[in-house]
Design a protein around this ligand. Structure first.
Ligand SMILES: Nc1ncnc2c1ncn2[C@@H]1O[C@H](COP(=O)(O)OP(=O)(O)OP(=O)(O)O)[C@@H](O)[C@H]1O
Ligand SMILES: [Mg+2]
Length: 282
């Protein structure tokens, strides 16, 4: 039995074990990284499964700050080591964030530029997949060859958007492109974030999702105090405020993205549903 188990981990021809979940914003600053980090942390804590978070925003990534870790260069070293990259090196570069969560953080220093070749992160993903059940990759808001390639090979893609017109246009274009690039894979998920910014006109959730033909995986309210405190303290929302409904949303997302649950149908609030409820005496 030991032989069989160890073969699963070292045999490079064995089917990959890990599920890759990629997060990308429909626009800059929509909260894609924050959501990716919280979902990674939640998955690792909920399922007690080894989880690796990859901060692929090499120039500006914030994963090390969000987890209150010293700056590290794990991600850049992993990407620029190319073919030499293996499990031993991955293990050496990973920084532990919590019991079951480790990460490769971005250098976030600007002494070099990061014009990566299209297959830049593939060796890293392949190696990570051989030993880790859950891999979360936090992508920058870019439409470059390597981002497109990563989105194409990921098992699950989450597009994070805020409810305005530019986000809607970009989300639609990304969904169309990804439908062509990954015809036999799961459709990307859409997450609507920062709903209800005071005084900001916004597109209603229903109107945003109707042209895209999908139900959002979650909607998250604009809550500057909650997210601001978590960011400043280097804590996850679930650590800081376990009873907050946003924590429950991250739990639900963790279940959906690992195939343990499905998206709930949106609540019907129209006249028809009220009549139906009256008929059922509820
Ligand atoms: N629901 C929310 N309510 C209030 N603030 C939020 C919410 N979600 C994220 N934020 C805040 O928005 C800011 C931007 O978040 P984040 O860096 O995760 O966005 P991003 O989409 O990854 O940006 P980038 O394009 O730079 O990668 C952060 O300060 C974060 O705390
Ligand atoms: Mg980001």
């Amino acid at each position: 039995m030991i032989g069989v188990v160890s073969q699963i981990f070292v045999d490079p021809t064995a089917a990959p074990l890990g599920r890759i979940v990629a997060f990308v914003g429909a626009k800059g600053g929509v909260g894609s990284s924050t959501i990716a980090h919280n979902v990674a942390w939640t998955m690792s804590a909920q399922f007690k499964a080894e989880t690796v978070l990859l901060d692929a925003d090499l120039a500006f990534g914030t994963a090390n700050m969000d987890f209150d870790q010293d700056p590290a260069q794990g991600m850049a070293e992993a990407i620029f080591s190319n073919e030499r990259f293996d499990e031993v090196m991955l293990d050496r570069l990973l920084t532990k964030c919590s019991e079951h969560l480790s990460m490769l953080s971005a250098p976030a220093i600007l002494d070099r530029t990061y014009d990566l070749p299209s297959d830049a992160v593939l060796p890293l993903l392949e190696v990570a997949q051989r030993s880790t059940p859950l891999i979360i990759i936090d992508l920058p808001h870019l439409w470059s060859d390597w981002v497109k390639r990563t989105l194409t090979i990921a098992d699950e893609v989450v597009i994070v958007a805020t409810p305005d017109l530019a986000n809607l246009r970009n989300a639609k274009n990304m969904l169309d492109q990804l439908a062509t690039l990954r015809p036999n894979d799961k459709k990307p998920y859409l997450l609507l974030n920062q709903i209800g910014v005071p005084k900001r006109p916004e597109i209603a959730v229903k109107e945003f999702t109707a042209p895209l033909g999908l139900t959002p995986i979650a909607t998250i309210p604009f809550d500057p105090q909650l997210f601001g405190n978590a960011g400043n303290n280097g804590q996850m929302i679930g650590e800081m405020d376990a009873a907050n409904p946003v924590t429950a949303t991250f739990n639900e997302m963790a279940h959906i993205l690992t195939g343990r649950a499905e998206i709930k149908a949106p609540k019907k609030t129209g006249l028809k549903s009220i009549l139906n409820r009256l008929k059922r005496g509820k």
